[in-house]
Design a protein around this ligand. Structure first.
Ligand SMILES: [Mg+2]
Ligand SMILES: [Zn+2]
Length: 229
């Protein structure tokens, strides 16, 4: 447990283990069009280039973690996935530090990809693999996603903070939380943001001012300490 907000900030900024922002692709960076696989259908979400510049400047590794079950369903191939991702990268004006995708699906039509794998979100497989391969510390990292599954995967991998954006499926996810269709558990997002640009600006604010959750915890323990005196 970190003692103060300042110590928390300092610890996360230490250079030894790298910090990352794990990013879902569709609905966060690219408009959700349903199984995006053609470059001509690619539309970058407004503000995403600036968001990634902010996160890079803060020193975060940028890692894509995306379910691509359409590959197992035979709707498109890995080649199509890479073409779209390359073009996305070009339009965003940034290099991703890692790109992880899950081509599997339990109901896929392509036999060798039809399985219950450990990478498909909400499983944490892709995030854990990225942490291992890029020497990233999930406990100092963030995830930005538009689906409950993104948040669950991150929390299962021990990612420090998660943000659900209102682009893509995000609004529907928020509705599901509000209407009680999805229960509030330890797999609920820490924060909500309008879109990835707001999320990036929020992360920058946390770097500068501290994390509201930690501030609240620190205040609580201070109150308890004083009550005992
Ligand atoms: Mg998505
Ligand atoms: Zn998989």
């Amino acid at each position: 447990m970190e003692r103060t907000v300042e110590e928390g900030n300092k610890r996360r900024k230490e250079k030894s283990a790298r910090r990352a922002v794990f990013l879902d692709r569709d609905g966060v960076l690219a408009e959700e069009v349903g199984h995006l696989h053609r470059v001509e259908d690619l539309k970058v979400i407004e503000g995403a280039p600036e968001a990634l510049r902010i996160l890079k400047e803060l020193g975060y590794a940028l890692i894509i973690v995306t379910n691509q079950g359409g590959i197992a369903k035979g709707m498109y191939g890995e080649e199509d996935f890479w073409n779209v991702t390359e073009e996305l990268q070009r339009r965003l004006g940034v290099r991703f530090d890692g790109v992880y995708f899950c081509p599997h699906h339990p109901e896929g039509s392509i036999e060798h990809l039809r399985m219950e794998c450990r990478c498909r979100k909400p499983s944490p497989g892709m995030i854990l693999k990225a942490c291992e391969e890029h020497k990233l510390d999930p406990g100092k990292s963030w995830l930005i996603g538009d689906h409950v599954k993104d948040i669950q995967a991150a929390r299962r991998a021990g990612v420090w903070r998660t943000i659900l954006v209102m682009t893509g499926y995000g609004k529907d996810m928020l509705r599901r939380y509000v209407e009680g269709e999805v229960s509030l558990t330890s797999e609920t997002p820490h924060y909500f943001a309008q879109d990835i640009l707001f999320a990036a600006k929020f992360i920058r604010l946390v770097e500068e001012k501290g994390d509201p959750i930690e501030v609240a915890q620190a205040q609580k323990s201070e109150v308890r300490k004083r009550a005992k005196l």
